[in-house]
Design a protein around this ligand. Structure first.
Ligand SMILES: Nc1nc2c(ncn2[C@@H]2O[C@H](COP(=O)(O)OP(=O)(O)OP(=O)(O)O)[C@@H](O)[C@H]2O)c(=O)[nH]1
Ligand SMILES: [Mg+2]
Length: 400
């Protein structure tokens, strides 16, 4: 996968900015003997924000960003001056990006819409300056609040393709051939299993200038939900498709059995996939004669629409599009489809070849990281020990 542009998994260390410290300053000027406290507030630390971008279709731009750090808030200063807020970092991601905690595998959030912004890590609040603490009983507060610390989290971003129709079938079922026959997409087609190694999207035009998006997903085999074949890597893309088009070739030994295996793999992966509307297409039907077709019809599932198609002769293709369009636009399906629960990542997410690759090739050097760590040292936060070094207080000015 190393030379591919389709990246659907990245692991990144994120850190929001810490809040700036409040200042403990006392006003000093000629002829103003007791100026009183005037230390300003520290600035807010920068947030890490995710923003959906419908023009992106891969996480590739993030692949080499091992670290995303927002700016720290600056300390407040004399004359009630506020410290500057730290810079926020807005990370653009494709719609359909799901965020997991890299340590625990726990699901955190997901970005589904164009322009949608999610505050992933909040910047620390700035501390209040000492003038806030002035009171009748303490007119010379010698303390100010420190800024809130930064939040650090290692996250995994996973892209789950958003498509109206997802193709589900064993390798060699003819999925890519169908996509290339009805859309402008040109996936690789060949007479061997696992020709398709990564998902592809195609726009299928329908009557009256309408269209829908179809995703060609790599073939699924028995045991895929436990990681066999290309397995889990691509099963997750099926979660975000509104309608599932199951495809079983006409020359299969037992069409019904293949269909049942596919359904059971999906259910094992995520039981909610069973609620998605399904359509079954018998592909390569140009190889069947009428008699065989009638015989086969006896054994097909009756609870979902079925259709015989051939991407080569065009047989059944219009009917298939009608059925798919009907399912996509069916209001009942919309309601069922939206609230899918993403299953948390389990153990397998911790060791992935992509992680290795990213670490070897990332342009961020260790020196860059060290430099950052130095900047990050707590020298800006109020600390009793070296306090006078920052805000020397002249005792004459203090009103006891
Ligand atoms: N006769 C006939 N052959 C077909 C048809 N559709 C696909 N094929 C052949 O079936 C083989 C596999 O087709 P693909 O489209 O690559 O199958 P796939 O499901 O994408 O396979 P993977 O990507 O490996 O999962 C190719 O040799 C195609 O030429 C069809 O409608 N009729
Ligand atoms: Mg294929």
């Amino acid at each position: 996968m190393a030379d591919s542009n389709f990246i659907d998994y990245v692991k990144i260390l994120c850190r929001s900015g810490k809040g700036g410290a409040g200042s403990r300053h006392f006003h000093r000027a000629k002829y103003v003997p007791k100026g009183g406290p005037d230390g300003g507030d520290g600035g807010r630390g920068g947030h890490i924000i995710l923003r959906g971008n419908s023009h992106m279709w891969t996480l590739l731009p993030l692949k080499y960003r091992r670290h995303i750090f927002a700016g720290n808030g600056q300390s407040g200063s004399a004359g009630r001056s506020f410290g500057k807020d730290g810079d926020d970092v807005v990370v653009e991601v494709p719609c359909g990006t799901v965020v997991f905690d890299a340590e625990t595998g726990e699901y955190l959030t997901e970005v589904t819409d164009d322009g949608q912004e999610i505050k992933l890590l909040r910047g620390g609040r700035g501390g209040l300056g000492n003038w806030h603490f002035k009171s009748a009983t303490n007119r010379t507060p010698r303390y100010a609040q420190p800024g809130e610390p930064a939040i650090e989290k290692s996250i995994i971003l996973e892209l789950k393709l958003l498509a109206d129709v997802g193709l589900v079938g064993f390798p060699n079922a003819g999925k890519s051939t169908l996509l290339s026959a009805i859309s402008a997409a040109r996936p690789k087609i060949a007479d061997y299993p696992f020709t398709t190694m990564e998902p592809q999207l195609g726009i299928v035009s329908y009557r009256d200038n309408r269209s829908f998006v179809m995703a060609d997903i790599p073939g699924i085999i028995e045991g895929a939900s436990e990681g066999k074949g290309l397995g889990l890597r691509f099963l997750r893309h099926i979660e975000r498709n509104a309608v599932l088009l199951f495809m079983v070739p006409a020359d299969a030994d037992d069409v019904r059995e293949q269909y049942d295996i596919l359904v059971s793999e999906l259910e094992k992966f995520n039981p909610q996939l069973a609620d998605k509307p399904r359509v079954l297409a018998i592909s390569k039907s140009d190889m069947l004669d009428d008699e065989l077709m009638e015989e086969m019809k006896q054994h097909l599932p009756t609870d979902i629409p079925t259709v015989f198609i051939s991407a080569v002769t065009g047989m059944g293709i219009d009917r298939l599009k009608d059925i798919l369009w009907g399912e996509i636009t069916d209001e009942r399906n919309r309601i069922e489809v939206n609230p899918i629960t993403h299953r948390p990542l389990d153990g397998h997410h911790r060791v992935r070849e992509e992680d290795e690759f990213v670490f070897e090739n990332a342009p961020v050097t260790d020196a860059d990281v060290e430099e950052f760590e130095e900047d990050f040292d707590d020298d800006m936060i109020y600390d009793d020990a070296d306090d006078d070094a920052y805000y020397p207080i002249d005792d004459d000015l203090v009103d006891e």
